[in-house]
Design a binder for this molecule. Structure first.
Ligand SMILES: NC(=O)c1ccc[n+]([C@@H]2O[C@H](COP(=O)([O-])OP(=O)(O)OC[C@H]3O[C@@H](n4cnc5c(N)ncnc54)[C@H](OP(=O)(O)O)[C@@H]3O)[C@@H](O)[C@H]2O)c1
Length: 233
């Protein structure tokens, strides 16, 4: 149960039809501290399609003063294409798609939902990125587009955190890594995951909400893993 927010918490999950997004919605619905959960996906009403800014603005306009906004959208492999292993694999359209979904879309969600946050009391904007978006932690290479787009998302989150904090000192804006989770996104890449390291979506959702509950304003702009570890950019 979320205990660090003022009562009557309204929560928003963008990407509510994804593996982790659905689990977050279920956990939030079951939480007595949460009075309302707004889940937006490409097939909800209203819908959010990240490539359509008007759909993001229209969805944001249906929500009043959410204290928790989680962006759980993302894309690792495009249709018919795996993540790039080599420079020779780079394709401009695929790279642009990776950035559109993983960086630009989440930034537009911040743009339209940040002004809706309450001015008083704890509020959190959390964007799911990925540990592979850490530039300093990149030792194995590969996955060019996904890595770079997640690094861009981390930078967008940090920049937004600085701006949002100036107007709403109690608001916290962070990037979160959910761990390796058994969803459609990771399905083709699960073979090499060590025993016990492939999480269920429900476990990841429970851990992410626990991390969110523990965040303070000193954490805003940070990048945190499912276990609360601060990940270097
Ligand atoms: N699973 C992992 O192991 C893992 C590891 C590290 C980070 N993450 C991150 O965690 C987040 C959630 O991933 P997941 O594992 O839950 O993946 P998922 O099951 O594939 O869910 C991703 C969601 O993003 C939505 N989406 C993609 N493009 C969109 C667009 N243009 N407009 C609106 N929605 C769009 C998808 O919508 P549709 O259902 O309509 O396609 C889907 O609901 C992602 O940011 C991912 O990068 C996951």
């Amino acid at each position: 149960m979320l205990t660090s927010f003022p009562s009557e918490l309204e929560a928003v999950v963008v990407g509510a039809e994804g593996g982790i997004g659905r689990a977050l919605v279920d956990r939030l619905h079951a939480d007595p501290a949460v009075v309302r959960v707004h889940g937006f996906g490409r097939r909800t009403v209203p819908a959010i399609e990240l490539a359509d800014e008007a759909s993001i603005a229209a969805a944001a306009a249906t929500v009043q003063e959410p204290r928790l906004v989680i962006v759980a959208t993302g894309m690792l492999h495009g249709q018919g294409r795996g993540p790039e292993k080599r420079l020779a694999d780079l394709d401009p359209a695929t790279l642009a798609q990776a950035f559109a979904v993983n960086a630009i879309g989440p930034a537009l969600v911040l743009k339209h939902f940040a002004p809706q946050l309450p001015r008083e009391g704890k509020a959190v904007l959390a964007v799911l990125t990925a540990r592979v978006g850490s530039i300093s932690d990149n030792r194995s290479g590969g996955w060019y587009g996904y890595r770079a787009a997640k690094a861009a998302a981390n930078q967008l989150v940090r920049t937004a955190a600085i701006e949002i904090g100036a107007r709403r000192p109690n608001a916290i804006c962070v990037a979160l890594h959910p761990g390796t989770v058994d969803t459609a996104l990771s399905a083709p890449f699960q073979r090499n995951v060590p025993e016990g390291k492939l999480f269920t979506p429900d476990f990841a959702a429970e851990r992410l909400l626990a991390v969110i509950d523990g965040l303070t304003t000193a954490d805003s702009g940070g990048f945190f893993a499912w276990d609360g570890e601060a990940i270097p950019y």
